[in-house]
Design a binder for this molecule. Structure first.
Ligand SMILES: [Zn+2]
Length: 329
């Protein structure tokens, strides 16, 4: 059973509200902490310092479903938010299973940012907290999953979830997060707007560098481990050929392997890309059979454990990888 939603009752005296702003309206870590803080303020009035818990409970506690959304939340929220990710570093997010504690955290979160249709267990959990949920894909033009792109017979999701690999989609997500954080915490709305502007400037710069850096590539066919790069391919004029379909764990059928192998030979594909969080065995098999090079192209579904990179730096590494692998001059 999850703890009840915190509702700090209306303060007995107006002095509680005015000097401490919207703090009373925010969710604090526990109901007990909120009550202790409220009682403490009532008893001591404003003559003494606020309780020592203020600095930690003052930050909005927000939840991201997985890494790129965690980065977006932290970029906009800055010092005013404490972001937790449901997907641990080094874990592949597609098949995430939530612990009972995580399900409770999602149900209680003031804000949970996720992508509808990407992680079924997260979709189930956010259904318990529609007011706190923000679907990062809601304002993004979603691509249909190409029919036949999945090697498995299981029904595919109707929409490709990998929206974060187009920097312009990330800018849209940044705006949505800024709007939601400002609504939750109006006192810091200017900071959120400013952080969002700074982040979008960096995303615009990234987008420009990708556009110019891939304008002259000799090969426009991207053969990748799984269909994560549909949005990126569309944005920068590539055709994606995914080996494992939409989910990296789907075992490609022999027919699919033969199809990709034939494609690689017929189109003189120079490089087959595999991923950081997924076993490269299948990509290496095709590369060996066709005499093709392999390279790591990171779909940014998570950072490897201990990584000091972030969304922007990984995207720039991917650009360098593509420029080499696709023979861009
Ligand atoms: Zn994926």
């Amino acid at each position: 059973m999850r703890p009840p939603r915190i509702h700090v009752p209306a303060p007995p005296a107006p002095t509680l509200v005015a000097p401490h702003g919207p703090q009373h309206a925010r969710r604090t870590r526990t109901a007990a902490a909120a009550l202790v803080a409220a009682v403490g303020l009532t008893l001591t009035g404003c003559a003494t310092s606020p309780p020592a818990t203020t600095s930690t409970t003052d930050r909005l506690s927000v939840v991201a479903a997985f890494y790129p959304l965690q980065w977006a939340l932290a970029s906009v929220g800055g010092d005013h938010v404490e972001v937790t990710s449901l997907t641990a570093s080094g874990a592949e997010p597609h098949d995430l299973e939530l612990s009972p504690q995580q399900v409770a955290d999602v149900a209680d979160a003031q804000l949970i940012v996720y992508i509808n249709g990407f992680q079924p267990s997260v979709d189930d959990a956010v259904a318990q907290n529609p007011d706190g949920a923000l679907d990062a894909g809601a304002d993004v033009e979603r691509l249909d999953v190409a029919s036949g792109s999945s090697a498995s017979d299981a029904p595919s999701p109707a929409r490709d979830p990998h929206i974060w690999l187009d920097p312009r989609n990330m800018a849209t997500i940044i705006d949505a997060i800024a709007g939601r954080l400002s609504a939750l915490d109006p006192a810091n709305a200017k900071t959120y707007a400013s952080n969002a502007m700074t982040t979008k400037d960096k995303l615009n710069s990234l987008d420009r560098d990708w556009a110019s850096g891939t304008a002259t590539c000799a090969s426009r066919d991207l053969v990748v481990a799984h269909d994560a790069f549909g949005y990126l391919a569309k944005r920068y004029g590539f055709t994606q050929i995914g080996i494992s379909g939409l989910s990296p764990d789907a075992e490609p059928s022999p027919a699919k392997l033969a199809e990709v192998t034939d494609f690689v030979r017929a189109h003189d594909v120079a490089t087959i890309y595999y991923e950081t969080l997924v076993d490269p065995k299948v990509a290496e098999t095709i590369a060996t059979e066709t005499g093709t090079a392999t390279a790591v192209l990171d779909p940014l579904e998570g950072l490897t454990e201990g990584s000091t990179q972030d969304y922007l730096s990984v995207m720039r590494t991917d650009l360098a990888t593509i420029r080499q692998g696709q023979h861009c001059t």
